[in-house]
Design a protein around this ligand. Structure first.
Ligand SMILES: Nc1nc2c(c(=O)[nH]1)N[C@H]1C(S)=C(S)[C@@H](COP(=O)(O)O)O[C@H]1N2
Ligand SMILES: [Mo]
Length: 362
């Protein structure tokens, strides 16, 4: 128990592990609070954030969305016209593709997420596919691009944040055009006044501050589509695209924390451990196992609110005195299970390694 931070006079290791630039990104791109995993819907303001550039401030009264390019009937809609479309509200779990990056070895330099780039909100908007169909895309269209109002540089490349989906993606995914989050207008940092939500895919596809949808007769080659968000084994590897979310689970850490290390302390007692599990593309969670005293035990699944929302789980644990290293591991209905060691890629994407939580019980 030599690292036990709960002992009086416990020392802090002072190894400068993260760079200043990573620290700066971590201030801007806040993560969810794991203790709120008990909430079905992530309380507004605690949903994780990932903003590549500066948050643009857009006046909703004058905002419009333009559909241009290889459409037979291109058009624009004001925000008011969009909000008059058939309205739907759905809980959707979003996760940043970089979640878990800080747990990779070597650590890829970017936003150093550990476990917390996750959240589930009730998104209000309208299905996007009918609005694209209304513009009558030509048969030759290969990509629909979604461009945000935020502009900046990455690796020397200036660009508006943009992503694309193929006509087949549009047919398969239930993409929403969204103006509301948890019953209120979108917050500036979450894409106000208009964004898309691509359920079941990592968050990079859910373009915020949406201004333009362009139909292309060739594949889109924007920076965020082809230069990043690829699984590359080494820098010269062309790699494969990152798209659907990989199966994952998290637990609410039990007991109380040590301020600095976030290690946990509790008294010996019977407790109910709780958490959430999710997978991509609407695939349900089949099983969650929790590592308790060296044994993987099946948790009870408490269900999910909708196809693209996370599933709750819980399990009782008789906590006995000593140090305990807990972990949780989900398996989805396609048989995908979380790995015990991370699968490396140069961008640090989709690290769905099992979460580990150290608990000191007295
Ligand atoms: N325009 C724009 N859209 C964007 C981004 C961005 O930087 N600019 N970040 C993307 C990434 S990587 C993620 S994970 C999600 C995060 O959405 P949130 O901040 O609302 O949680 O937004 C996506 N959409
Ligand atoms: Mo992300």
């Amino acid at each position: 128990m030599k690292d036990n931070p709960f002992l009086p006079g416990a020392a802090r290791a002072d190894v400068p592990e993260f760079t200043r630039d990573e620290l700066g990104l971590a201030y801007r791109n806040s993560g969810a609070l794991l203790e709120l995993l008990t909430c079905d819907i992530t309380p507004t303001g605690t949903h994780y954030l990932l903003n590549h550039f500066d948050v643009p401030v857009i006046a909703p009264e004058t905002h419009s969305l333009t559909l241009e390019g290889a459409f037979r009937a291109p058009y624009s809609l004001t925000l008011a016209e969009i909000m008059a479309q058939p309205q739907i509200t759905r809980p959707v779990t979003l996760e940043c593709a970089g979640n878990g990056r800080a747990g990779m070895d070597p650590r890829p330099l970017s936003m150093p997420w550990m476990y917390e780039a996750i959240g589930t909100s009730e998104w209000t908007g309208t299905p996007l596919a009918p609005l694209i169909e209304r513009a009558r895309p030509k048969g030759s269209v290969q990509d629909f691009t979604f461009i945000g109002a935020d502009f900046g540089y990455d690796k020397g490349v200036p660009h508006f944040y943009g992503r694309s989906l193929t006509p087949q993606d549009m047919a398969e995914l239930e993409v929403m055009l969204v103006w509301g989050m948890n019953g209120a207008p979108l917050l500036p940092q979450h894409g106000a006044p208009l964004r898309i939500i691509v359920p079941g895919w990592y968050g990079m596809a859910s373009v915020k501050w949406l201004t333009t949808i362009t139909a292309l007769e060739e594949r889109y080659t924007g920076f965020q589509q082809v230069e990043t968000y690829r699984f590359r084994a080494h820098p010269d590897d062309p790699g494969t695209p990152v798209n659907r979310i990989h199966v994952k689970s998290l637990m609410k850490p039990p007991g109380v924390p040590d301020w600095f290390t976030r290690a946990r302390w509790m008294e010996a007692e019977r407790v109910t451990l709780q958490g959430r599990a999710w997978s991509g593309a609407g695939v349900p969670i089949e099983q969650v196992e929790v590592l308790l005293d060296g044994e993987w035990r099946a948790a009870e699944l408490t269900g999910r609110a909708d196809t693209y929302a996370w599933t709750g789980w819980q399990i009782d644990w008789d906590a006995t005195p000593g140090q305990h290293d807990l972990a949780c591991r989900a398996t989805d209905a396609e048989g995908n299970a979380q790995p015990l060691v991370p699968d490396y890629n140069t961008g640090g994407f989709a690290n769905n390694v099992v979460q580990r939580v150290t608990v000191y019980v007295t």
